[in-house]
Design a protein around this ligand. Sequence first.
Ligand SMILES: C[S@@+](CC[C@H](N)C(=O)[O-])C[C@H]1O[C@@H](n2cnc3c(N)ncnc32)[C@H](O)[C@@H]1O
Length: 252
Amino acid sequence: MIALETLAGGARGGTLYGIGVGPGDVRYLTLRAAGLVRSVDTIAFFAKRGQPGNARRIVAPLLAPDQAELRLEYPVTEEIPAEHPDYQEKIGAFYRTTAAALADVLNSGKSVGLLAEGDPFFYGSFMHMWRRLASAFPVEVVPGVTGMSGCWTRANLPITWGNDTLAVLPGTLGEQQLVDRLRLTDAAVIMKVGRNLRKVRRAVEQAGLLSRAVYVERGTMDDERILPLAECGEPRGAYFAMVLIPGEGRRL
Ligand SMILES: C[S@@+](CC[C@H](N)C(=O)[O-])C[C@H]1O[C@@H](n2cnc3c(N)ncnc32)[C@H](O)[C@@H]1O
């Protein structure tokens, strides 16, 4: 049983749409996502302080000049590790106020399209709004092409063959945890590489997988970068970066 911190909604509240906008290239939006971006009353999006917001940037070509927008600016992102109590307190308070702000718009009868980079239910901030609002308002979640499928497609890397297992690992795990998980899987996607790049590289090397690992930064976006992890010497990666290790299963 999941305990939901819900906010009260009127019987006729507007609908909240969680719109998956795909990994970066606007052409990877689904028809449903593109239709909603053009038709909802308000477009809401998360953004880092001082940045335009990646999901909003993806759909920018579809937005009307007079589109109502609600910018939801994170108080912190990568400056403090997510396990730190300060991070949890600040982000927890931010999600509570943000859910209340969305509830206000929905209570006025307006629809809100909350943009989510990739897929909304896959490591998405949207989920923190969904758990607070889904029992009080009508909600529709529109799936999106995930960052990882965009990245393995652009890197030309079929990821799983035959009976290959695939592990999706956050780069925020400890080094030994990463090594242990990597040793148990055939194929892997390591997300949230950013400032964990050095640790991730060491873990991949210890698991004996460096020769197969590929680093993809901003996959499908204009400034995409793809290179073998072994050639990636920088101390930290971009926020939108992942490491892909393709399986070597049955080829017929
Ligand atoms: C908070 S998660 C969001 C995942 C997203 N909901 C999805 O479906 O892919 C952010 C992480 O996703 C990964 N990511 C998402 N899109 C990416 C892209 N286009 N290129 C590289 N990494 C990406 C990065 O590892 C980034 O740190």
